[in-house]
Unconditional design. Sequence first.
Length: 305
Amino acid sequence: MKKTVLLFTILAVLASLCLTPAYATVPPIPHSFFGTVTINTHPAPVGTEVEARGAGVRTGIPGNPLITTEVGKYGGPLPFDPKLVVQGDITSGTVIEFFINGFKADQTFLFAIGETTELNLTVTIPTYILTILIDPAASGTVSLSPPQPAAGYLAGTVVILTAAPAAGFRFVRWSGAVVGTDPTVSITMDRAKSVTAHFAAVVVPPPARYTLTVTVDPAASGTVSLSPPQPAAGYLAGTVVTLTATPAAGFRFVRWSGDVIGTDPTVSITMDRAKSVTAHFAAVVVPPPARYFLTVIIDPPASGT
């Protein structure tokens, strides 16, 4: 009987030793929060980060921080609504501080195990102006996303800048608070900043022009007309020119040589480089008129003329 009692006593002691640490590590029931959130007197936008901090408060866990999904609200009152969860090795009465996008809110609250509290949060966050300059003036534009509010961007806002050249210009580079040659860049507004977008005029090379040289052989034996007529600077590349050979009086057209050949007096040529054409003519040979002798006989001789 004594052995049995002793055995039960030992088992009870062992059980108490094993269970005590487990109970000691169980965290207290969290204190949950929800309510409105206002930044610089305006409802906070969707995507605002709300975080609770304090002695023993665990952060970087589900529910702390909480990212807003509604404008001006964090969490909700219904049982299954998301909430800002404050838990950890926290003593009741610990002061809980709240941070909005990393900036300390105006409100604090005392931790209470298992409580759910509606707490409206307000915060004042510095704003900074982003100045955009265009060089040279009117050579392009820069769009900002998100657009800049009249009071400037909230500290920590990431702004995407996109440069778009005006007609006849191309984007070159950024200078100032951001540098680079990519037309789309981002910048974090942690102070007032100025950025210049540099553009340059697009240099369009003049269109290629080619000269068509026309020679008449022999000289003055005829003419060659060109359609369209050749400009003083030559034909634009790709122009199709029609050449018509006309012989002078006493000549006939024979053939073309050079960059076009053939015997048709009208031909065409495409000006894809400088070209030279010769129109060959030949004198027309006119045979002399036929002549005949008339023989007259007087019969009888000397009887008349």
